[in-house]
Design a protein around this ligand. Structure first.
Ligand code: CO
Ligand code: ZN
Length: 331
């Protein structure tokens, strides 16, 4: 499974340009699903038919990652950029970006901007000596991502875009493990989550699931001087209670807790004070869809070095499998 996480986190997929990621996932899920399709917004939908008619579950993990977009190129060949999604400004200086066309550059800051670092004080140096040379490598409007390699530290892993490629990896692994699905399962690898839960919104509208579950990263409170939060790395799958996009339907929350206990899957309860997931869009679809989220505890979210613990990742896989094999008609 670590290989899958490595391949997914090293792929290029800022919001709106997820094709490299979805093509990769397509090859991973093809032989485990009954049908695989893509839609207009770039969602990849893998369907596994259930043994009984009736209930359907939409699982969602987003394929896109935060990134940058070139807004201006000056005469010296330096690029100015805007953010794609919620980029952490304090993580940018000295970091590298890789653009859609392959150009790589270093991000740095104007003099005197330490105190109040804002995006317009930062630039990207792609090694061009002037504008003409820069234009041979990138264009205004070109998207880029933070350029970082995956690191295997044993139980723990560091990579860019764990948010949310680790969620995608959980769904891929679960799809491989599910033996006897009772419900129709839609594994949706959603586009454009980081810019406002956009892919999940249209996918849920089209699929009309009976239950929606997002798989996404959540924050932890276990680092030095961290915000108080009762989620830690290595303590299991996080069952969401609420975030700014969703209050988990009580029945869904209770079902996930019961499944975790019945199957001896380590879990923790997650109350996320700021942030949202695809479940925020799914639960407001049409007349409403009972929804919740299974979260992967992650340190340093929205930085190029997001850290997860494989034991939590495995707990999330097992919880997805347990839910997929549960007869929802009996709940
Ligand atoms: Co995110
Ligand atoms: Zn996410």
């Amino acid at each position: 499974m670590k290989t899958v996480i490595r391949q997914l986190t090293e792929a290029f997929g800022p919001s709106g340009y997820e094709t490299e990621v979805t093509e990769l996932i397509k090859t991973m899920v093809a032989k485990h699903a009954d049908e695989v399709k893509t839609d207009v917004l770039g969602n990849l939908i893998a369907i596994k038919n259930g043994s009984q008619d009736g209930q359907s579950i939409m699982f969602a993990a987003h394929t896109d990652e935060i990134g940058v977009v070139v807004t201006h190129i000056d005469d010296q060949g330096f690029l100015r950029f805007g953010s794609v999604g919620g980029v952490g400004i304090s993580t940018l200086v000295g970091n590298r970006v890789r653009f859609a066309g392959g150009a790589v550059g270093a991000i740095y800051q104007e003099k005197g901007s330490w105190k109040e670092l804002t995006l317009d004080k930062l630039y990207v140096d792609i090694g061009a000596e002037n504008k003409e040379e820069a234009l041979k490598k990138v264009k205004v409007g070109e998207f880029g991502i933070f350029h970082r390699e995956f690191e295997d530290l044993g139980d723990r892993l560091i990579a860019k875009s764990m948010d949310d490629r680790v969620g995608c990896a959980v769904l891929i692994e679960a799809l491989k493990k599910i033996q006897n699905p009772k419900n129709t399962l839609y594994f949706v690898f959603t586009a454009q989550e980081e810019v406002g839960l956009r892919g999940a919104r249209t996918a849920a509208y089209g699929l009309e699931p009976d239950l929606g579950i997002a798989l996404d990263v959540t924050l932890t409170g276990d680092m030095p001087e961290a915000r108080r939060m009762a989620v830690s790395l290595g303590k299991g799958a996080a069952i969401k209670v609420k975030d700014s996009s969703l209050i988990t339907h009580p029945k869904v929350k209770d079902l996930l807790v019961t499944l975790a206990e019945e199957n001896k899957i380590p879990y923790q309860m997650e109350v996320l004070e700021a942030g949202g997931t695809d479940a925020g869009a799914i639960h407001l679809t049409k007349a409403g869809v009972p929804s919740g989220a299974i979260s992967i505890p992650t340190r340093y979210v929205h930085s190029p070095s997001e850290m997860v613990d494989m034991r939590d990742v495995e707990a999330c896989v097992n919880l997805v499998v347990a839910l997929a094999e549960k007869d929802l008609a009996s709940v």
